[in-house]
Design a protein around this ligand. Sequence first.
Ligand code: SF4
Ligand code: SF4
Length: 373
Amino acid sequence: MKHDKELREVVANPTAYARRLKESTGKKIVGYVCSYTPEEIIMAAGAHPIRLLGSKENIHLADSHLQSYCCSLIRGILEEGLSRRIDYLDGMVFPHTCDSIQRLSDIWRMNIGFGFHLDVILPVKIDTASARDYLYDVLAKFRTDLGRALGVDITDEALKKAIGITNTIRRLLKEIYQLRSGNPRLMTGEELFTVVRAAMIMDREHMTRILSDIVSELKMKAPGTAILKEKRLVLAGGICNHPDIYPMIEEAGGAIVWDDFCTGSRYFSELIAETGDPVSAIAGKFLKRVVCPAKHIDLDGRANHLIRMVKETGAQGVIFLLLKFCDPHAFDFPYMKKNLEEAGIPVMLLEIDDPLPAEGQLKTRFEAFLEML
Ligand code: SF4
Ligand code: SF4
């Protein structure tokens, strides 16, 4: 894959990339923890947004602030902050979604001595008449607070430009998913993970050029649909920061044709309107996007979305990867499983954590599920 080396280096060490970017461009770097963060407002402020996803180091500093039954994503991000490995950050943004992210925000505010700290207190129930007005006000307040923290005026023009860039990234990521869904051999699951993850770390304008190159390369390699002997699968859950999982599934005989992760398709599924008031347009995206279990619309929306995804991609089964101690996704799983099975779609559940269980053990479980399909 074109740009493979560059993307892998960035994903293997986002901290080194962010420090280099800051040094070479002088840009302020703003960290965030969840895909409900309005990246476009950060970009329009002339800063660079970077999504943090846990830590690769041992967790020990965070243990004195968090219970051990907190997910590894939250514990890892706090560890990175307390150890000051990410003290290149000029600020952190916490959208209020799950309880763990909200508590991380409080702990961060009281214990991390670098950068500004901003909360974006989003509505929980997002299908009410007042949710749109409230969300608009929250985003407008974030625009003001961020502008003040960075000492800049965030203009409508800058917001529209940022929306154009992130929409291009979303369109191109979707195109890559579609091409790969037709022929999963075009790119391994782990390569796909690397591309999406890099899009949350790298300079976004540079990323649009990289993604265009990848789309052209995939189109040249093998357009159209391939007949596979592998079983077609959709992966579902909250986040997946475990690239090692993909080759295990592929070696067991599976082809990952789509996913429902906020570190995957939920990141690019919704575009932002490019006309009208830009803050309303960003609010519109958050209201329209496929809901994550930390927000509420109805009981069956997520399951229906997943069933549609399975049908559209011709998948034969769904593997749920649930991060240990992630309550919102764990609470959603029973009814998701029930709805999928009623629609005739087999489901497997795998709890994941840092580090992953032994490879042999995981492969046996994947093989058993794939054999059953
Ligand atoms: S699963 Fe939901 S709450 Fe958790 S990080 Fe993703 S978007 Fe945020
Ligand atoms: S939604 Fe789950 S995985 Fe994401 S931060 Fe909250 S508890 Fe952790």
